[in-house]
Design a protein. Structure first.
Length: 334
């Protein structure tokens, strides 16, 4: 799900800071049953996902510095977002915070110094997983007390570059991408490699270290296919019962792929940063249409009471916005 103050496929550059006032009341927590409910119906047949081949989204609110990582929280009926800022300090690290948007118009700071990029709510609805470039790890935030723990600390004792985006399965395996977009001036401990990893119960394993700047990552609804964007293409891997992956194959080509999400029918919604579009692909790679947003689209996530609202983060650095559009097929939250 899941990127940065500058595009995830670009090197960090200095931006004009924009101050954004975040205010709003905390929404009461709903029941645990609501948290684990899914809009996806096993065995259901879905029709075309888009109302037309070219759909336009609507701006919810603008004026943010750089939005990334939208993730829907079914417990509270709200959306988490990473708001990334300009690089600071001698190491050139980008501060970021987690915002919470409660429809129709409430925005508040949920975690003030999260260090996060891509986000995902765990299937049980109790934790927020985050690709955290501040300390080059994958982290978990408890959604009750907001305490932080480390999910993936390093690979074979070497620090990651800057974990960027992630997706998590119902078996507890989390997959994440590790380009170098937010590494800043810190040492390269991955020997020039940018990779895809998986982690379960603290054990990190390599998926692929031959992808140049892997970016968005998402699982199919049944958890049997892993999709990754990078190098102007979307690739996929078969996922075995133990979370391990097979050989890489190419699903489709796309210009500057960023974050992504998936609907209940397995259709992919992939943001193209430079185009400001979300491209929609069938599970076989057929092109189903596009959704336009702001000038540079970074990520997308399904949400809303029925799972049929697609939220998109898009804009220009220093003036980003959250967009939304109603679609025909509900999404697969994670």
């Amino acid at each position: 799900m899941t990127h940065r103050t500058t595009p995830r496929h670009r090197r960090v550059r200095t931006l004009t800071a924009v101050a954004v006032a975040i205010a709003g009341a905390v929404t009461p927590v709903a029941s645990a049953a609501t948290a684990t409910a899914s809009p996806c119906i096993p065995g259901a047949t879905y029709g075309p996902p888009l109302p037309s081949r070219a759909v336009t989204s609507q701006l919810v609110r603008g004026g943010f510095n750089f939005l990334e990582g939208p993730a829907w929280d079914q417990r509270t009926g709200s959306l988490f977002l990473s708001n990334m800022q300009n690089p600071t300090g001698p190491q050139g690290v980008q501060p970021s915070s987690v915002l919470r948007f409660t429809p129709p118009a409430t925005f508040e700071t949920f975690i003030a110094a999260s260090g996060s990029n891509g986000l995902a709510v765990t299937p049980d609805g109790t934790r927020l997983l985050a690709a955290t470039h501040d300390n080059r790890t994958v982290s978990s935030y408890d959604l009750t007390d907001r305490s932080r723990t480390t999910v993936a600390a390093n690979y074979l004792g070497r620090a990651f570059n800057s974990p960027n985006d992630l997706t998590t399965g119902r078996d507890g395996t989390t997959y994440f991408t590790d380009p170098n977009f937010q590494r800043g001036n810190r040492a390269d401990e991955q020997n020039g490699r940018t990779s895809v990893f998986r982690v379960r119960e603290g054990v990190v394993r390599l998926v692929d270290d031959t992808l140049s700047q892997p970016n968005g990552v998402v699982l199919s609804p049944d958890g049997t296919t892993l999709y990754v964007g990078g190098s102007n293409s979307i690739v996929k891997y078969a996922v075995a019962f133990d979370g391990s992956t097979g050989n890489r194959t190419t699903l489709a080509s796309i210009r500057t792929p960023d974050g992504a999400t998936v609907d209940c029918a397995g259709n992919l919604y992939w943001a193209s940063y430079e185009e400001g579009l979300v491209h929609v692909f069938s599970p076989s790679g057929s092109r189903l249409g596009t959704i336009s947003a702001g000038r540079n689209a970074t990520n997308a996530a399904f949400g809303g009471p029925d799972g049929r609202t697609l939220y998109i983060t898009s804009g220009v650095p220093g003036s980003f916005g959250l967009y939304q559009v109603r679609l025909n097929v509900p999404g697969n939250p994670y």
